[in-house]
Each structure stands twice: as structure tokens, then as C-alpha cells.
Design a protein around this ligand. Structure first.
Ligand code: SF4
Length: 236
């Protein structure tokens, strides 16, 4: 295992053990105990969800937070709900994911050159973390950004993820271009301590609310990952 992979793994061990946000500690455990009827036979994860993917990634995806019955159930980012179906299908089409089908932590999925993380690692009620919870969890993302030495692209999935990454850049990085207003496909050039030059590439979140209303379509999401490959110097 490389030094970088060990650093990313060490961050994830601390994520999983974290209990900084008392309300989220209670909520994630309550959901795991009570369960949704469709998953009553499942053994819920019920803990903070670690980043998933390639620890040497050139592309980092940042989501909002685990879904109560998605990642909080399966223990893997974007796994076990409708958002994950969309995301992994797109990552597979773009060549980042070994398969389109996502079920649970043991489904054989392998990511190459992509790592998936989130602004907040515990499932929040109503998918809405508080300002304090977002601030409490931000240091984990900051550490990941510092550890990913070859990072070239940060895909922010939704405005909260985008705002969180920009907060980190403001304090720990440098802007190489003016900050782009959040919209699908917006790009901002930055430099971080770990990666000299990188691009924040904004994307609408693949939530059911966005995909069912066609605010986000599959071609729109595909375009993000084609651009991410271009920006990171990966073959199409
Ligand atoms: S949201 Fe983040 S900071 Fe809060 S308890 Fe979960 S892992 Fe810890």
C-alpha cells in the first residue's frame, strides 16, 4: 500500500469512529434500528460512511451526506438508493467504475481514478445537515484534499458540496480563476496544498428530485464525467 493510500485509509478509520455530532449519532442509530420495511432483514451500517474508491484518484466526487436507507444502510457512499443507481451507471459509462450495478459493499464494485466522499458523513434527518454539522465534518474533507497529491478534478455534486469545497479553498488553497457561481458544468481553477493545480467542476446532484424532474438528465451527468476525464488527462 502506498503512503497516500495509507493516509486515506487512516482518515476513513477516524471517520467511522467519529461521534462529534450528538443528534446525528442518535439519528443514524435510530434509523439503523428501526429500518424501512423493505429492508427489515438488512443489517444496517448505522455509522459514519467512509470515502469509497481509488486512494490514488485524480478525480474526487463530493456528495452531500449519506441517505438514511441508502449509504447509512449499506455503509458505502451512494450505494443502495436511487441517487447511487444514477451515479454508478454514469461512472461506469465514463470508465471510472467496474460495473454499473450497485447493491451493497460486497457487490464487487471497483473504482479507478475516482474517489467518492461527502461533505457530511452521517445521514441527517431530511437530508439536511445543520450549519454546525457541516462545519464539524468539514475537516475530514480538508484532510482528504490534502492527502490526494495527484488530484486534478473535484466534482461537486450539488450546492452544499460545492459551498463546502469552496470554503476549504478559501482557507487552505488559492483561486487561479474567479469562483464560478454554482450551476451544472461550472468550472473554477484552484490550487491546493496537495495538488498544485485542480478544477472544481460543479454538477447538479443526482437526487431523485433532480432526476425525476429532468433538472438532471443522463447526458448532462455523462458530460460532467467526460469533462472530468479531459481535465485530469485521462483517456476518453
Ligand atoms: S457528521 Fe461528520 S463530524 Fe458529525 S458525527 Fe458524523 S462523521 Fe462525525
Amino acid at each position: 500500500m502506498t503512503t497516500q493510500a495509507r493516509a486515506i485509509a487512516a482518515i476513513q478509520r477516524r471517520v467511522i469512529a467519529c461521534g462529534r455530532c450528538p443528534e446525528l449519532v442518535t439519528y443514524r442509530a435510530d434509523v439503523a434500528r428501526e429500518k424501512r420495511r423493505a429492508y427489515r432483514d438488512h443489517d444496517y451500517w448505522g455509522k459514519p460512511v467512509p470515502a469509497f474508491g481509488d486512494p490514488l484518484a485524480r478525480v474526487l466526487l463530493v456528495g452531500l451526506a449519506p441517505g438514511a436507507h441508502g449509504s447509512n444502510r449499506t455503509g458505502r457512499m451512494f450505494t443502495g438508493d436511487a441517487s447511487g443507481e444514477w451515479l454508478y451507471r454514469a461512472l461506469h459509462r465514463a470508465g471510472f467504475a467496474s460495473q454499473a450495478r450497485q447493491v451493497d459493499r460486497n457487490d464487487g464494485m471497483v473504482l479507478t481514478d475516482a474517489l467518492i466522499t461527502a461533505a457530511v458523513r452521517c445521514a441527517p434527518p431530511g437530508n439536511k445537515p445543520t450549519t454546525e454539522e457541516r462545519a464539524a465534518c468539514m475537516p475530514f474533507l480538508e484532510e482528504e484534499l490534502a492527502a490526494l497529491r495527484g488530484l486534478r478534478v473535484i466534482v461537486t455534486l450539488g450546492k452544499i458540496a460545492d459551498d463546502t469545497v469552496h470554503r476549504i479553498v478559501k482557507t487552505a488553497g488559492t483561486y487561479r480563476s474567479p469562483r464560478a457561481t454554482f450551476k451544472h458544468g461550472a468550472e473554477t481553477q484552484i490550487a491546493l496544498p496537495g495538488s498544485p493545480e485542480a478544477t472544481i467542476l460543479a454538477s447538479y446532484h443526482p437526487s431523485q428530485q433532480n432526476t425525476s424532474t429532468k433538472v438532471l438528465t443522463e447526458p448532462m451527468l455523462d458530460a460532467i464525467f467526460v469533462r472530468a476525464r479531459e481535465l485530469s488527462g485521462l483517456t476518453p
